[in-house]
Design a protein around this ligand. Sequence first.
Ligand code: FES
Ligand code: FES
Length: 155
Amino acid sequence: MVTLAVNDREYTVEIEPRVSLLSALRDACGLTGAKRGCDQGTCGACTVWVDDRRVLGCLTLAIGCEGRPIRTVEGLADTAADGERLHPMQEEFIQHDAFQCGYCTPGQLMSAVALVHEGHATDDAEIGEWMSGNLCRCAAYPHIRAAIRDASTRM
Ligand code: FES
Ligand code: FES
């Protein structure tokens, strides 16, 4: 049994030691926000936070996350100021139409908020560099960068 603290709630799940955090979240905890794109560390669709830092869920062992705070896109709005609305980054993604199919969006959002907290959102070039681990097959990149620029002024 492994107890994972996800979005301020504890999930005790029966998983093998080889199970990735992404699989544990999706298949054992029922949190399907983080997406399985490549399952080998190249697309960023599975990005979540562990200890408030972004990690790739598909390359992280769930058992290694026991006792550490985990945050997924389902709990992102709860980190905003009043907890009643969407996170400013989510609002700006909507405002700027920063997605098409939306498959990459949970990972983009988790990376985008982390990147602002890391202080890497000063200009488009820097945003592009530090978001380069999150691929978008719909090529919504200009809209994503615009959303991050505007959200960074509200966070
Ligand atoms: Fe983890 Fe693609 S699913 S990086
Ligand atoms: Fe379709 Fe990014 S919105 S992959």
